[in-house]
Design a protein. Structure first.
Length: 198
C-alpha cells in the first residue's frame, strides 16, 4: 500500500512540475516567437517606407495603393546625382548638382537581396496572407498642407497562430497607454515617417 501511495505521489509531483514548467515556458516561447515576427515586420515596414519615399520624390505625393507601389518599385527610376563644389565660390559654401544617370528603384533598394519578392511587400509576415493596412493623404499643419501616409500591422495579424490570450494581453497593455496594438510607420495626424518601434 505504501508503494502505491509513493508512486501516486511521484506521479502527482511530476505532473505539477510539468505544469509549473509550462506556465513559465509558455510566455518565454511566446516572446521568442513575437520577437522573430516583429523583426520580420519591422524590416518590411522599413522597405515600404523606402519605396514610399522614392514614390513621393517622383510623384509629389504618397500612395495608399499597393499595385501602384509595387509597379513603381519594379519600373521606377531615381536619379544619380553628382555634387561638386561651385568653382566660382571662393567660400566653398555652395555646390553644384548634376544628374549623371538613373538607377532602378528595385536595384537600388533590393538588388542585393536574395529571394526578395516585391509582389509580397503588402503581406504581413506570419499572418497567413493578411495585408498591411495602408493610408495616404494630406493634413493641414498650421495652414500648410503636408503629404502623409501610414502603414499598420495589428498584433492579431502579426501574431496569428500564437497563444490567443497572450496576444489579447499584449493588445490590452498597448491600448491602456493609448498606443497602437501592433507595428506601424507614419501617421495620418502628424507629419512623420517614423515607426512606432523607433
Amino acid at each position: 500500500m505504501k508503494t502505491v501511495i509513493k508512486i501516486v505521489l511521484a506521479l502527482i509531483i511530476v505532473g505539477l512540475s510539468y505544469l509549473v514548467y509550462e506556465s513559465i515556458m509558455t510566455p518565454v516561447r511566446f516572446d521568442q516567437a513575437k520577437n522573430l515576427r516583429y523583426d520580420a515586420v519591422v524590416q518590411k515596414l522599413k522597405d515600404i517606407r523606402d519605396i514610399e519615399r522614392f514614390f513621393r520624390a517622383g510623384n509629389k505625393r504618397y500612395t495608399a495603393n499597393w499595385d501602384s507601389l509595387v509597379a513603381f518599385a519594379r519600373i521606377g527610376q531615381i536619379p544619380v546625382i553628382k555634387m561638386v563644389a561651385d568653382p566660382t565660390d571662393t567660400t566653398f559654401s555652395r555646390s553644384i548638382t548634376d544628374t549623371i544617370g538613373f538607377i532602378s528603384v528595385y536595384d537600388s533598394l533590393f538588388g542585393k537581396r536574395q529571394n526578395f519578392r516585391i509582389e509580397d511587400i503588402s503581406i504581413v509576415p506570419g499572418s497567413n496572407g493578411q495585408k498591411f493596412e495602408i493610408h495616404a493623404g494630406k493634413i493641414d499643419k498650421g495652414g500648410m498642407f503636408a503629404d502623409v501616409y501610414e502603414v499598420l500591422a495589428h498584433n492579431n495579424s502579426i501574431l496569428a497562430g500564437l497563444d490567443e490570450q497572450l496576444v489579447r494581453n499584449l493588445n490590452k497593455v498597448r491600448e491602456d497607454i493609448d498606443k497602437y496594438p501592433g507595428l506601424k510607420i507614419g501617421s495620418m495626424v502628424e507629419v512623420t515617417t517614423d515607426g512606432n518601434w523607433e
